[in-house]
Design a protein around this ligand. Structure first.
Ligand SMILES: Cc1cc2nc3c(=O)[nH]c(=O)nc-3n(C[C@H](O)[C@H](O)[C@H](O)COP(=O)(O)OP(=O)(O)OC[C@H]3O[C@@H](n4cnc5c(N)ncnc54)[C@H](O)[C@@H]3O)c2cc1C
Length: 391
């Protein structure tokens, strides 16, 4: 039977990050991905490497601080994959967030970014508003700008996995996790690779990084381990056949005040996102006509009928994993939940939710949580020093 220190389920950003962190610490690693790298949420995000300006409103300062720190780390490690973009926030007479609130929020954002790269912000003077092509200027009172990172989430995930492989991690793809049993010295993992019959491996620790499927994976561990109450929230984007600017807009939905981004992607304009509760098989996540109309309505409101008439080239939906709750999804924690099966010597560690931006910091934290169950190995590298390059 194959024996490894760490078996990872899921080839999204968290699985790839865990494989990289564990391999860098000298451990033997096998990652099982049943479909393709980044085939889940990690190719359906807004593709921002950002602090999350809007999370300041729900008081998630620790998360914003960590995310901004990771933003500067990734700008340094992956300059070909992560670039800073300018974001414009127009404030109209009707906008809910008033100029003083935005100024306060952006000041806080700069402080939490420790005034490092990307921390600058300001306002665009009125005589330059015409530079923002197509933006409605009627009732416009102020335009703020700040900076955040943009990436290609699927390419980033592939780059992290390649880095993990260069440190010795192995990838089984297709590799479908079927079930696991806890043993005194680790976990027996049953999986299928390709057409082959069921296989078994022994891991000292199993890391469950299956994104929206993580609860289903945890439920297939015997004896039973704790599975938290979670909710899946769908977010959709559409790519409009509308020439991109090399900057982004961050606007407020006139309907419910949610933040909506307009961003360049492959020379066209990406618009997102929505937040709709999702039930059922995560593979079936798909944008509804209502979500399409909602996003086109925002485009029409800020950029006129012309924008909303543009052909929709692509539409994709991803699932956020959030703690269950009765309030609006927007106010729920976006922190990653790291749940071991035991505080001392865990054999399974599940990763629920989280952000694309914080994958590296989360992986370092997760590795620390399982370190007591792993043998001491010779360090191969530090992940905050490993460059990441696109394939
Ligand atoms: C709409 C939306 C917008 C977002 N925007 C941003 C953003 O701009 N910036 C940001 O920082 N974060 C953003 N996020 C959050 C971010 O995308 C996610 O936190 C992150 O991609 C989750 O990655 P993951 O590896 O946990 O899960 P996933 O990427 O979903 O990966 C899970 C993997 O597990 C595999 N898998 C499942 N079951 C099995 C099995 N039985 N055996 C083997 N493999 C299995 C799946 O095939 C999948 O590849 C956004 C999320 C959404 C939904």
């Amino acid at each position: 039977m194959t024996r490894v220190d760490v078996a990872v389920i899921g080839g999204g950003i968290h699985g790839a990050g865990m494989a990289q962190a564990a391999a860098a610490a000298g451990h033997s690693v096998l990652l099982l991905e049943e479909r393709a790298l980044a085939s889940g949420s990690s190719s359906r995000s807004s593709k921002l490497i950002h602090g999350g300006l809007r999370y300041l409103e729900s008081g998630q300062l620790r998360l914003v601080h960590e995310s901004l720190h990771e933003r500067s780390t990734l700008l340094r490690l992956a300059p070909e994959l992560v670039r800073l973009r300018r974001f414009y926030i127009p404030v109209y007479r009707q906008t809910r967030r008033r100029p003083w609130q935005l100024r306060a929020g952006l000041s806080m954002y700069a402080v939490l970014a420790a005034f490092r790269t990307g921390a600058r912000f300001g306002t665009l003077p009125r005589h330059r508003w015409g530079e923002l092509e197509g933006l409605r200027t009627q009732d416009l009172q102020a335009v703020f700008w700040y900076q955040d990172g943009q990436t290609d989430d699927a390419l980033l995930t592939a780059a992290v996995m390649r880095s993990a492989e260069s440190l010795g991690a192995r990838l089984a793809m297709p590799g479908e996790f079927i079930a696991a049993e806890l043993r005194p010295d680790g976990v027996t993992v049953h999986y299928r690779d390709g057409e082959a019959a069921e296989r078994e491996l022994h891991a000292r620790v199993l890391v469950n990084a299956a994104g929206p499927w993580a609860a289903a994976v945890a439920q297939r561990v015997t004896p039973r381990i704790e599975v938290p109450k979670l909710e899946l929230v769908q977010g959709s984007h559409l790519l409009l056949d509308w020439p991109a600017r090399d900057y982004c807009f961050y606007v407020e939905s006139p309907r419910d005040g949610r933040a909506i981004f307009f961003m360049p992607r492959h020379g066209r304009t990406l618009v997102g996102t929505t937040e709709v509760r999702f039930r059922g098989d995560p593979r079936l996540a798909a944008a509804s006509p209502n979500e399409l109309n909602y996003l086109l309505g925002v485009a029409r409101h800020y950029f006129g009928a012309e924008a909303a008439r543009q052909r929709v080239l692509e539409i994709f939906a991803g699932l956020r994993v959030l703690p269950a709750g009765s309030g609006h999804a927007f106010h729920r924690s976006r922190e990653t939940l790291l749940l071991p099966d035991a505080a001392l010597r865990p054999r399974v560690l599940s990763i629920y939710g989280g952000k694309l931006t914080t994958w590296r910091a989360v992986s370092v934290r997760a590795l620390r949580m399982i370190a007591g169950s792993l043998p001491r190995r010779r360090l191969r590298a530090r992940t905050d020093e490993l460059p990441l390059t696109p394939a």
